[in-house]
Design a protein. Structure first.
Length: 239
């Protein structure tokens, strides 16, 4: 709005002196605030009253997710029957599965919290020399046994922290340490086998061929054999 229009509006209303006039960009708000009467105030509903003859035409009015109040009109899903809750006594009891795989996350007594006696009763970790004699399938099986045992220990620690038992933490952590040492040994053995496979692949590319039944490939030079009557250097000097 132009500055002159603001001055004209101020002279008509006489509400503000010339020195207290608002900036031009606030002139529209000044116009509506001075010329609005109580009769011009709109209702809460955005629907015109004349269009519905005094009725509320908004079908979603009254629906509140916060206060959990229902709608005033039936919606499209109202024709479908809603499921009814079943009483606790009428629910069919489920038979436990004794060989379920999830029992591996719990001790043998199937309690969520393992006792310190159970966590203490364990052997030593596997040595690297013992793991070197295992096959790939044995190492794979042993690795997942360690993973299942560590999951079992983590389940007990979580339950112990929830109950704030205050005991058994040292025994569980010591058993977890022994299991981790075995896992590190498995990684070490597999790393050695990987490096050995790389070295064998390099030798094969360089022309080396393994011996079969006492024969030797001609492509790989054989070692020179020393004669039987070859004297040692010390004996040759004395002669």
């Amino acid at each position: 709005m132009h500055r002159q229009a603001v001055l004209r509006l101020a002279r008509q209303t006489g509400a503000f002196p010339l020195g207290e006039l608002p900036p031009p960009y606030l002139a529209p708000s000044l116009h509506f605030s001075l010329n609005r009467s109580p009769a011009q105030a709109s209702n809460f509903s955005s629907t015109a009253a004349a269009a519905g003859h005094g009725r509320d035409l908004s079908k979603s009015r009254g629906v509140s997710a916060i206060h959990r109040t229902g709608p005033k009109f039936k919606l499209g899903v109202s024709k479908y029957p809603l499921p009814k809750p079943v009483a606790r006594g009428e629910v069919e009891k489920r038979h436990p599965t004794p060989d379920h795989g999830l029992w591996g996350f719990f001790p043998k007594d199937r309690q969520a919290l393992s006792s310190p006696e159970y966590d203490t009763a364990h052997g030593r970790s596997w040595s690297i020399q013992e793991l070197r004699e295992k096959s790939w399938d044995d190492l794979h099986s042993l690795w997942w046994v360690c993973v299942k045992e560590r999951n079992r220990i983590a389940t007990s620690n979580l339950e112990r922290e929830r109950l704030k038992a205050g005991y058994g933490e040292y025994e569980a952590n010591e058993r977890d340490r022994v299991v981790r040492v075995t896992q590190n040994g498995i990684k070490h053995v597999l790393r050695e086998r990987w490096y050995a496979w790389e070295d064998a692949q390099k030798l094969y590319k360089n022309g080396y061929r393994p011996q079969h039944e006492g024969t030797q490939d001609a492509s790989y030079p054989a070692k020179s054999e020393e004669p039987e009557n070859l004297e040692k250097p010390e004996q040759a000097e004395k002669a």
